[in-house]
Design a protein around this ligand. Structure first.
Ligand SMILES: Nc1ncnc2c1ncn2[C@@H]1O[C@H](COP(=O)(O)OP(=O)(O)O)[C@@H](O)[C@H]1O
Ligand SMILES: O=C(O)C1=C[C@@H](OP(=O)(O)O)[C@@H](O)[C@H](O)C1
Ligand SMILES: [Mg+2]
Length: 175
C-alpha cells in the first residue's frame, strides 16, 4: 500500500504535480483543499471568511485525518497543512511525504499566473505579496523540512517541465 503526500508553500505546484502524477500512475488523487470544499459545500475563501484562519485549520485537521486514511492515494495538501497541530508528524506516520521546494521568485511567478483564490494573499500589492512569501516561507521551512523526500521545482511554465518532474518523482519513489 502506498500513500504519497505532497507538501510545500502556496504556488509550489502541489495540486498540479499531484494530479499529473495520478494521471501517470493511475493512483487516485485527492487535493485536500478540493476535498474540504466538497465535504463542507463551501469554498476555502468562504471558510476563512466565516471561521477565520483558526476555524479553517480545525476543519483542515479533521479532513486531513479522513483523507490520510485512504489507501493507494496521492494527496496534495494546502501550503499551511504541515505547519499546524501535529499534522506533519501524522503525515509522516501515514505516508511518503514529499516537499516540493521552490524559491520565492518561482513561487511568486506561479502565484501570479494562478486563478485560485488564496485568502492569505488577498488585498496585498505585488510588493507586499513578495515580502509575505519570503517571511512566511522562512517561518514554515522547519515544518516542510521534516518531509521524507525533497523535490526541487523550477518555474512550471510549460508542460514539458511538468513531464520531467513526473519522471523524476517516479524514479525517486520507484513508482
Ligand atoms: N504547466 C503549467 N503552465 C502554466 N502554469 C502552471 C503550470 N503548472 C503550474 N502552473 C501555475 O502554478 C500555479 C500554482 O500551482 P498549484 O498546483 O496550484 O500550486 P499549489 O497547489 O502548490 O498551491 C498554477 O495555478 C498555475 O498558475
Ligand atoms: O498556505 C496556506 O496557508 C494555504 C494554502 C492554500 O493551498 P495551496 O498551497 O494549494 O495554495 C489553501 O489551503 C489556503 O488558501 C491556505
Ligand atoms: Mg493547491
Amino acid at each position: 500500500m502506498r500513500r504519497i503526500i505532497f507538501i510545500g508553500y502556496m504556488g509550489a505546484g502541489k495540486t498540479t504535480i499531484g494530479k499529473a502524477l495520478s494521471n501517470a500512475t493511475g493512483m487516485a488523487f485527492y487535493d485536500l483543499d478540493w476535498y474540504i470544499e466538497s465535504r463542507m459545500h463551501k469554498s476555502v475563501k468562504e471558510l476563512f471568511d466565516e471561521n477565520g484562519e483558526t476555524g479553517f485549520r480545525k476543519i483542515e485537521y479533521n479532513m486531513l485525518h479522513e483523507v490520510a486514511e485512504f489507501e493507494d492515494v496521492i494527496i496534495s495538501c494546502g501550503g499551511g497543512t504541515p505547519c499546524f497541530f501535529d499534522n506533519i508528524d501524522y503525515m509522516n506516520q501515514q505516508g511518503e511525504t514529499i516537499y516540493l521546494k521552490a524559491n520565492p521568485e518561482v513561487l511568486y511567478g506561479h502565484l501570479k499566473m494562478s486563478k485560485v483564490i488564496r485568502p492569505l494573499l488577498l488585498n496585498k500589492t505585488a510588493e507586499e505579496v513578495k515580502v509575505f512569501i519570503q517571511d512566511q516561507l522562512t517561518q514554515r521551512e522547519p515544518y516542510y523540512a521534516k518531509a521524507k523526500y525533497v523535490h526541487h521545482v523550477d518555474l512550471l511554465d510549460n508542460y514539458d517541465k511538468i513531464e520531467r518532474s513526473i519522471e523524476q518523482l517516479k524514479t525517486m519513489l520507484r513508482l
